[in-house]
Design a protein around this ligand. Structure first.
Ligand code: C2E
Ligand code: CA
Ligand code: CA
Length: 387
């Protein structure tokens, strides 16, 4: 693929920058340069038109991606632009639309973590939608990988606002392909969902979390572990017993585990789902309303379901400093949590300023790149020990 000769990456995360640089070089681009400064890109454009491909992050501390893209449009930058960000697909899509309106040559967008396949797709097609869900893994490959433990959890800390200590960790599924590249859930959750593999995936994630919990206990670290549970599993009346058995077999208590009900806006609380969730609670599992605040009937659901935790969606957390609506959503969630006796977690905490604002608003826990990035079990344990 010799479509591009010269690429620049602008990203405030040097680790991601170096990683993306490697991917672009591997894709055959001869000259790749990574910078954290928009000025470097502007200087390059003024000097000789700049790179023919620019990979641009959105959330950066000095100047955000939207501001940078506006400046590049003002300079009539002709190169192709790929937006690669950890923001929600809807945000990436909106920025791509905006940049197109401003006259930039937008290739599309992809959500971090980036992998070689989704980069390839991004570079090859100009007609694709603005968000790359990443390479898709085949159903049978995924099934084998679940058996071979090529699917495993990364753990991301949840930090107490009161003590600043890690009090919990969320298990996030990762798939390691044969070439060693690690894929995030965007590449396989849909396949798992459609292919009837959510149950084995969730079982694996719980088993591995139980192991991690035991390792932590041996280090005198009494953490809770959170596992994501798709609403589609809540119709399986045997789920509570199966999950409780996994925990009991390791000599642990269900109260050390929280089940985060994902896509809770799609949760149709009928008798079967309520039966399953209530029995999970009775066994001691915590229940978390993930992505709280999105969808329309969330608040009503709080009345119906015995949740123990609300996880304020990242879209509100990201904008809490700048957007009055987001700020008031966060404050309402905190009030709700207090009144209902439910813990409130803010996810997607990316800066110290955001974290300070959330602590002031009264959230109980925070989770996000600023506090800890998802890491393999070994790296997570090392991080805990270093605290
Ligand atoms: P989620 O449950 O909302 O998990 C949080 C996602 O946000 C994770 O993405 C995490 O890596 C990312 N994240 C954490 N901190 C930050 C931050 O500060 N900024 C930004 N921009 N992102 C942050 P990941 O690992 O790609 O997971 C995506 C989703 O896939 C999860 O969203 C969850 O809904 C789903 N998922 C992951 N593992 C499982 C699983 O085992 N079972 C099920 N059913 N779903 C899973
Ligand atoms: Ca979650
Ligand atoms: Ca979420």
């Amino acid at each position: 693929m010799a479509a591009f000769q010269r690429a620049m990456i602008i990203d405030d995360d040097p680790v991601f920058g170096a990683f993306a640089e490697g991917l672009l070089e591997d894709s055959g681009i001869a000259h790749v340069r990574c910078t954290q400064s928009a000025q470097d890109v502007i200087d390059a454009i003024k000097h000789d038109g700049g790179p023919d491909l620019l990979m641009c992050d959105l959330n950066m501390p000095v100047q955000d991606g939207v501001t940078i893209l506006r400046q590049l449009a003002d300079l009539k930058f002709k190169g192709a632009v790929a937006i690669v960000s950890g923001e929600a697909p809807s945000v990436i899509a909106t920025v791509a639309k905006l940049a197109k309106l401003q006259g930039l040559n937008i290739l599309g967008g992809a959500r971090k973590p980036l992998d070689a396949d989704s980069l390839q797709q991004l570079l090859q097609s100009k007609l694709r939608p603005a968000y790359s869900a990443g390479a898709t893994i085949g159903r049978d490959d995924l099934e084998l990988s679940l058996r071979d433990h090529r699917v495993s959890p990364y753990f991301q800390a949840k930090v107490s606002a009161a003590s600043g200590k890690v009090v919990s960790a969320e298990a996030l599924a990762r798939f390691t392909a044969h070439d060693g590249i690690i894929h995030g859930p965007a590449s396989f959750i849909e396949v798992a969902e459609k292919g009837g593999l959510m149950a084995p995936l969730t079982t694996l994630m719980l088993e591995r979390s139980v192991q991690a919990a035991r390792t932590c206990l041996a280090m005198n670290q009494d953490l809770t572990f959170a596992v994501n549970v798709s609403p589609t599993l809540l119709y399986d009346l045997e789920l509570p017993d199966r999950m409780a058995d996994i925990v009991a077999a390791a000599g642990l208590q269900c109260s050390s585990f929280v089940l985060e009900i994902t896509e809770s806006d799609q949760l149709d609380v009928d008798a079967a789902a309520l039966d399953v969730m209530t029995r999970l609670r009775i066994k001691g599992f915590g229940l978390s309303a993930d992505d709280f605040g999105t969808g329309h009937s969330n608040i009503e659901r709080l009345r119906d379901v015995p949740f123990t935790e609300l996880k304020i969606d990242r879209s509100f957390v990201t904008n809490v400093l700048t957007d009055a609506f987001s700020r008031s959503c966060v404050e309402s969630c905190v009030r709700f949590g207090r009144n209902l006796g439910v813990a409130v977690v803010a996810e997607g905490v990316e800066t110290e300023e955001t974290w300070a604002c959330l602590r002031e608003a009264g959230v109980d826990m925070g989770q996000g790149y600023h506090l800890h990035r998802p890491a393999s079990q070994d790296d997570f344990i090392a991080f805990l020990s270093s605290q």
